[in-house]
Design a protein around this ligand. Structure first.
Ligand code: ATP
Length: 622
């Protein structure tokens, strides 16, 4: 169970109703009429019975009764439809803002959260919020109205009988309010458990090939089953509470009805009360019970809805990536005029550590005992390198400095885990350095609006992710205005033209969920095509040819040669042969720059580089 940092209140729910005020007022009016008609029913019955008892004409009361009943049904239906419609619109608004917020969150938030849980917040939590409006707020409002009217009329008919009723109702309400807080907590547990289960299902389905290949279906199924069972248990705990709410109230109300009938009967027999009045009182007692029942279930719904709102607000309160609106005029994907060679990148004494995920942090702090102080991020002592404690985790980059001249080709090489991809992530401002600084064309990266920075950089990621959708969708991701002609041209440049011709669909070829219908090499070439099409002055490529055959690699090298003519290119590479002719090669080792130079220079000056080259048979072993 996650701790509840801040409990949402009903007041926080109201902003979501903005924009629906008119229709809600209409619902209130309709609901008022419908409640009025329900309240008028017992009055008509009272008049009817008293008229019949006194042998007076009663036909008019019969017609009124029929009209009131039919009118109540029509207005009730109208209220229900309007309310459901409004609730759906509110849910749409919440989903829109939640999705907007999710997409605006910094990458570090995704590092520490489970995608399945986030999906569950957009899906099931927002659905729960709907019930706050449909069976929540309005039920409570119309119940209160009906309750007040019934109370007034009951007091007028017989104050003594009302006193008996009131005592019973207060006893019941006290019990239910006591359970209210527990219901809220249990409901939050249910939603958290559903979130964890969705995350487990997402993990299983997104890695289905790996799971099948590892013959791990049963074990994975068992993991999901554990989460499903937790959700079941949380649901049962909630059901127990919900089940307890109803009997508390009905025992009190049934008790009250029996006493009212007994005392009322005696009073009618003694001639202190008319029969019609007793019948009307009992009907009002039912009218009182009905709203109390609805109010109780509305109360439960509101508690569940507020628990869902807690989870939604938890995301809404996160700090999004700043959009840096202060420089909107400079946001542009185009290269600065005349600056064909823009893109000088300089890293000065950059250090960086990834934030520890919340779960890991808990484990670490449990293992290490209470409160070890967090190491200051500016301190680059090597003793820190192994120190995973503190919110910063392990130091991944440690005093990294090098310059990438504009229009040059620079390679980052080094052992696995040296921090090469992390350097690219910092250049994209997916994360901020924890020490030192990076500049692009002399401007500190932190001063360049993220949208402008990213529209100057093309990134080919290590995994070459492909989005579900068509070939054209994927290509136009960073260049929405590209023509079909341009798409075909760039596909040919990366040797993917056969993909566009593969079926009658052409550029509309569906690539399947996560681009499942593409080979690893095709995915990589598609990522190339995307950045070339986007035409950015700086190209960052993370092992961009790791999945292609040597013939395709040659084609891509040629494409890169053409593309890099007026661009600054930074490539992370494992195969040194692919970057041997680069202008400079930066050798990273354990988060530090071990050497910088050309291929030939490094063979002379860097033991690590020479060793890597020898292992790849580029030079003979020393
Ligand atoms: N999102 C993350 N959260 C926490 N730690 C991370 C994250 N990404 C990378 N790391 C850690 O940072 C270190 C450097 O990772 P990075 O991916 O930059 O290395 P690399 O040199 O690119 O490795 P490779 O050549 O294997 O791709 C590794 O120890 C890795 O475990």
């Amino acid at each position: 169970m996650q701790p509840i940092a801040q409990r949402a209140t009903l007041r926080e729910f109201f902003p979501y109703l903005r924009g629906h005020v008119r229709v809600l007022v209409l619902v209130a009016v309709v609901s008022l009429i419908s409640t009025g008609l329900s309240i008028a029913q017992p009055l008509m019955v009272q008049q009817l019975v008293n008229a019949v008892s006194a042998s007076e004409p009663a036909t008019v009361f019969v017609w009124f009764l029929v009209a009131i009943t039919l009118g109540g049904a029509v207005f009730g239906a109208a209220q229900s439809y309007l309310l459901l419609r409004t609730a759906e619109s509110v849910v749409l608004g919440v989903r829109r803002s939640l999705v907007g917020q999710l997409l605006a969150l910094p990458i570090r938030e995704f590092d520490r959260r489970r995608v399945g849980d986030l999906m569950s917040r957009v899906g099931s939590d927002t659905t729960l919020m709907r019930s706050v409006i449909t069976s929540g707020l309005f039920e409570i409002v119309s119940s209160i109205l009906m309750f007040c009217a019934a109370v007034v009329l009951m007091v007028l008919i017989d104050p003594l009988l009302f006193g008996i009723t009131l005592t019973a109702v207060l006893l019941g309400a006290g019990g239910v309010l006591f359970l209210g807080r527990l219901i809220r907590t249990r409901s939050r547990d249910v939603q958290d458990a559903v979130g964890s289960m969705t995350a487990a299902v997402e993990r299983g389905l997104s890695g289905i090939r790996t799971i099948k290949a590892s013959v791990a279906e049963e074990r994975e199924g068992a993991v999901i089953d554990v989460e499903a069972t937790k959700a079941f248990r949380a649901g049962i705990a909630m059901a127990r509470l919900q089940a307890a709410v109803q009997p508390i109230m009905s025992i009190c109300v049934q008790g009250a009805s029996i006493v009212v009938l007994a005392v009322g009967g005696i009073r009618v027999a003694a001639g202190e009360l008319q029969l019609g009045d007793l019948i009307a009182f009992i009907l009002y007692l039912f009218l009182l019970v009905m709203p109390i029942g609805s109010a109780m279930s509305a109360f439960v719904q509101i508690q569940s809805g507020l628990a869902a709102l807690d989870r939604i607000q938890e995301i809404a309160r996160l700090e999004p990536e700043r959009r840096d609106e202060e420089h909107p005029a400079s946001v542009s994907g185009e290269r600065p005029a005349g600056a064909t060679n823009s893109g000088t990148i300089e890293l000065r004494d950059v250090s960086f550590r990834y934030a520890v995920a919340e779960d890991d942090a808990d484990e670490v702090s449990r293992a290490s005992g209470p409160s070890r102080p967090t190491s200051p991020t500016s301190d680059h002592q090597s003793s820190e390198r192994q120190d995973p404690i503190g919110d910063g985790g392990q130091l991944v980059l440690d005093g990294v400095s090098f310059t990438v001249p504009a229009g040059s080709r620079t390679a980052l090489v080094g052992p696995s885990g040296a921090g090469k991809s992390t350097v690219l992530a910092l250049l994209e401002r997916f994360y901020e350095p924890t020490g030192g600084g990076i500049t692009l064309d002399g401007a500190a990266l932190s001063q360049i609006p993220r949208s402008e920075l990213r529209s100057r950089i093309g990134l080919v990621e290590q995994e070459a992710p492909v989005l579900s959708g068509t070939l054209a969708d994927n290509l136009r991701l960073a260049a929405p205005d590209a023509t079909d002609e341009q798409l075909r041209h760039v596909l040919a440049a990366v040797g993917l033209d056969e993909l566009g011709d593969r079926s009658d669909d052409g550029l509309e070829l569906n690539l399947g969920e996560d681009g499942i219908r593409l080979s690893g090499g095709q995915r990589q070439r598609l990522a190339w095509a995307r950045v070339i099409l986007a035409d950015r002055p700086v190209l960052l490529m993370d092992e961009p040819t790791s999945a292609v055959d040597s013939r395709t690699e040659q084609l891509l090298q040629q494409t890169l040669g053409e593309a890099s003519r007026d661009r600054t290119v930074v490539v992370v590479a494992h195969r040194l042969s692919t970057v041997a002719d680069f202008d400079q090669i930066v050798v990273l080792d354990q988060g530090q720059v071990s050497a910088v130079g050309t291929h030939e220079q490094l063979l002379d000056t860097s033991d690590l580089y020479r060793d890597m080259a020898a292992r790849q048979r580029l030079v003979a072993h020393a």
